[in-house]
Design a binder for this molecule. Structure first.
Ligand code: MSP
Length: 479
């Protein structure tokens, strides 16, 4: 048997200072759709997600609830896991940065960096004084230029003036190599607008601090007890520690380099500049690609606790069901774009595409087949023209268009039924001639729909491939 091709895909690991909302759910569902699509096409997939649990922001959130940071993290990490189950996320592993293995491995990574040399022959990390304006919300230092009225524009808070001894990563020695690898797509950043953004950012980045003196909730550096790992070094490392690096290389050898890191633009700098620099310093290959999607707003507003417009994915799941939620999130706008989610449009879209669309068609077709006791034999799978068109959209991360292709097929079936009025036909052979190709089309659509709507697809496939096709229960009750 030929060896299966591998596919490694990740989401960001989410901060536990907040509960998961549909922003996090969005990236995680996209990752899941890709993971399932690749598995369906025979790839050996490793889909990773998890939680980012160290740093002052998380410690402050724990304190606000009068809990120890560890207890607080345990609780929120559990909530993440449950919500991802409710969305039917098929991750192969869930990493937490407070996992013992991860902590040990980050320490080993630090030792390697400490002992390593840059391509220009300098120490990779060095100790120096640091003075700067730190925003805990962002978990990063801001420059004066980035402030608006003296405040961090993302968190509307004045950053703290910090002065302390830190270890620094000599990013300056890596900038040219990174620029080259991004420019020639050896390290591919998608979409192209984000690649250009990363390239221009390279001009403005300096050596960055990789440790903190004043932070208590973090991983202690193995060679300096006064220092904790900067939360981003700890966090980025998850993509390799989850595979066992550096202590257990079996999975790592199989799956690294990652095929795609998914994220939104808020964390572009860390992933397109700091992360490749760290990897080069460790002597490791760079990610094959990163896909950086836009932030979406909710009814025109940034999502935030203070605005009271944070949507819990469970809210959608209980109203529409898992598969419909996945569909509604991915069919609304084209992946990658900054967009606005109009929640008030969900019911309309649900009814049009799912209740009256897919659900109704399956019900009509199976009712006619059962009523007339037709024996219809159709085949699952195969390289249809539909699959080719669909796969091409999927390869280009055009999820909304991939779905549109399937819905166009459903509409065609609907039209044939409207035009031929099979409910008026009594001749079984004639009926079969109309309904068999429609049933086959439906089966083809259901097959391709699996990554997006796993449960629905499975139900439809089961009904249509049964010895005797029976009328289907309503897949999507009207709302
Ligand atoms: N912990 C860091 C990531 C470390 S990865 C090594 C972090 N966490 S986060 O909880 O803030 O998650 C940010 C990510 O959540 C975004 O990059 C995106 O994937 C997702 N989103 C959060 N809100 C979102 C929107 N409103 N719109 C789209 N995606 C959103 O940053």
């Amino acid at each position: 048997m030929p060896k299966k091709q591998k596919y490694y895909i990740t989401t960001p690991i989410y901060y536990v200072n907040d509960k998961p909302h549909i922003g996090h759910a969005y990236t995680t569902v996209v990752g899941d759709v890709l993971a399932r699509w690749k598995r369906q096409n025979g790839f050996d997939v490793f889909y990773l997600t998890g939680t980012d649990e160290h740093g002052s922001k998380v410690a402050a959130a724990a304190q606000a609830e009068n809990k120890s940071p560890q207890k607080f993290c345990d609780e929120i990490a559990e909530i993440y896991k449950i919500k991802w189950q409710n969305l039917n996320i098929s991750n192969d592993y869930f990493i937490r940065t407070t996992d013992k293995d991860h902590i040990e491995r980050v320490k080993q990574i630090f030792s390697q960096l400490k002992n390593g040399q840059t391509p220009k022959g300098n120490d990779v990390i060095y100790k120096d004084n640091y003075q700067g304006l730190y925003c805990t919300g962002c978990e990063k230092f801001l420059t004066e230029k980035e402030l608006v009225n003296g405040q961090c524009p993302d968190h509307n808070k004045k950053p703290e003036a910090l002065k302390e001894k830190n270890y620094f990563f000599r990013l300056s020695d890596y900038k040219e190599i990174i620029r080259e690898k991004i420019a020639n797509d050896e390290f591919q950043i998608l979409p192209v607008s984000r690649k250009n953004e990363a390239l221009s950012l390279l001009d403005f980045v300096d050596d960055f601090s990789v440790s903190r003196e004043s932070v208590a909730w973090g991983i202690e550096l193995p060679f300096d007890q006064t220092q904790k790992s900067y939360v981003w070094v700890d966090a980025l490392s998850n993509y390799i520690t989850a595979l066992g690096y550096p202590s257990d290389l079996k999975l790592f050898k199989k799956f690294w380099p990652v095929d795609v890191h998914l994220m939104a633009q808020d964390i572009l700098k860390f992933h397109t500049i700091y992360w490749p620099a760290m990897l080069i310093a460790l002597g490791l290959p760079l990610p094959k690609s990163e896909y950086i999607h836009g932030f979406f707003t909710i009814d025109g507003q940034k999502m935030g606790k203070s605005r009271g417009n944070v949507i819990d994915p469970d809210e959608l799941v209980s109203k529409y069901g898992v598969d419909a939620t996945r569909y509604l999130l991915l069919s609304q706008f084209s992946f990658g774009q900054e967009a606005d989610i109009r929640v008030e449009r969900f019911p309309e879209k649900y009814n049009a595409d799912l209740a009256n669309g897919l659900g109704n068609l399956v019900a009509r077709v199976t009712t006619l087949i059962e009523k007339n006791k037709l024996k219809i034999i159709i085949k699952q799978g195969g390289d249809t023209k539909l699959k080719k068109e669909f796969d091409q959209k999927m390869s280009n991360y055009r999820f909304d268009e991939a779905l549109k292709i399937l819905w166009a097929e459903l509409r065609k079936c609907d039209e044939i039924i409207t035009n031929t009025q099979p409910w008026k036909i009594t001749d079984h052979e004639e009926l079969k001639k109309i309904l068999a190709p429609i049933a086959q089309d439906l089966l083809n659509v259901a097959d391709l729909l699996q990554p997006f709507m796993p449960q629905t697809a499975e139900k439809i496939i089961k009904i249509l491939t049964a010895d005797k096709i029976k009328k289907a229960q309503a897949l999507f009750p009207r709302i």
